[in-house]
Design a binder for this molecule. Sequence first.
Ligand SMILES: [Fe+2]
Ligand SMILES: [Fe+2]
Length: 529
Amino acid sequence: MSVSDGPVFLRSNAIIEPLVDRFYAWMHIVSPAAAALNLAKVQVPLLESYLQNPQVHLAASANPALRGGYFVNVEESRSMEVATLLDTIKRDRADMLAFADAIAEANDLLRQSATGFDLTPLYSKLPAALNGLVELAYDTDNQASLHLLEPVLYTSRFYDVSRQSIQLSLETGIERPFILSTPRLPGPDVLELGIPFTHPGIDELFGARIAPTTVSRLREALELDDAQTEQLRRLLTDEPSLSPDRHIEDGGRVRYFGHACLVIQSPGTTIVTDPFISADNRHGDRYTLDDLPDRIDYVLITHGHQDHIVLETLFQLRKRVGAVVVPRSSRGNLCDPSIGLYLKALGFTVVEVDDFDEIPFLDGRIVATPFLGEHSDLDIRAKSTFFVQIAGANIYVGADSSGIDPVLYRYVRNHVGHADMAFLGMECDGAPLTWLYQGLLTRPVTKRMSDSRKLSGSNAQQAAAIMTELGADEAYIYAMGEESWQGHVMATTYNEDTFQIKQIEEFLGWCSANGITAEHLFNKREWRW
Ligand SMILES: [Fe+2]
Ligand SMILES: [Fe+2]
């Protein structure tokens, strides 16, 4: 090799964008049944709509009032690439599209024929695509539904890793446009690799944030050709840029890394909640991947929303994490894909927990606690809050859980004890049902229904009720999606008059009147004891 092959590290601002058929990957487009439904009912119609009228999509994408809407933000001169993508999906993913039709057909069958009598005769009438992959069952109210055998689905043709690819690039510092509805096309500054998400080369690359590797090792690990190797060099540097204070020697520390991400540390243990971390260390206004300890014992995932399981951060950490702790799903309910199976399929070591399960560690324990609401009243069990008891502190990680029934938090306090710090989400005017779940709905809902079932966390009154019942000393409002490096996933636009911000102010006023220390977090914050 002509250029020296000395030790190299990954640049601080290197990012990975995991894609599925060119769409930015998140659980509902990876997990097989949800992916088939989203492909058939959201992504294909979206691409077709764009191709009918690209200008409408471009205008909508440029309109701040429509931020986060499902529009394809691809310039018209590249619409042929979108057309090719659509053709490829229709041809190569015909099985998945048929699976989505089969779900609809099976639900029709149940509606018409599952009338409280024996379900055995219906198995032979199911569409063939579902054979071996579902069980039919009544609930105690005689309502029949399909139960997916989800672990089996992951071994079937409906989980096709050839859909997966990654894009590697450098974070530019320019806020990224909303990403969930726009397929990622190739770009000159992007190293694009058609490898599955579990490819070991990904871990070799991100291991080079901490320990040096060489270009030739990376080339081999990622199976690169000459041109790709040259592109890879842009992501590499001679010196690591890790922060010297990323570990602590005594006591305890919590650092707010933005949104729902907390790094909770003692000298012997590190716990990271809902990792969604900036790779851009040029600003000083935030903690970045440089500030993470080398080893992370537990990652805690609170729920499956795309701002809480963020693959572009998780893949960077895969080999540094002991285990990802995830809430157990209801096993087989279409709207409740298993987070555990999803992350296992993506190469993570997973521990699934139910409410009040405990994970002891060296100098403390994690207790999983219930998560209420915030899922548009869908029967989704894969959601959890957590208490982290570490270095003498008891920290409540409340994520987007709502105070819709505050008595719950009394039970929680009785079980887990008084909290020193409570982190609460107050996105109290969230997106409507269809924004996130449209693809999974097997029966249409009216706009009024959808708008009445928002993905909302606590409002001021509910947050106050949680604090009262928990008896926590300090309240910190987080998970509001306000940090600039999250715009591509969050698409929130707040100003001082926005309902959520008014509610936060009201809650902070209540805390102050009740002698509770409280703060609305933004960008970064540290607590040390
Ligand atoms: Fe959420
Ligand atoms: Fe959230």
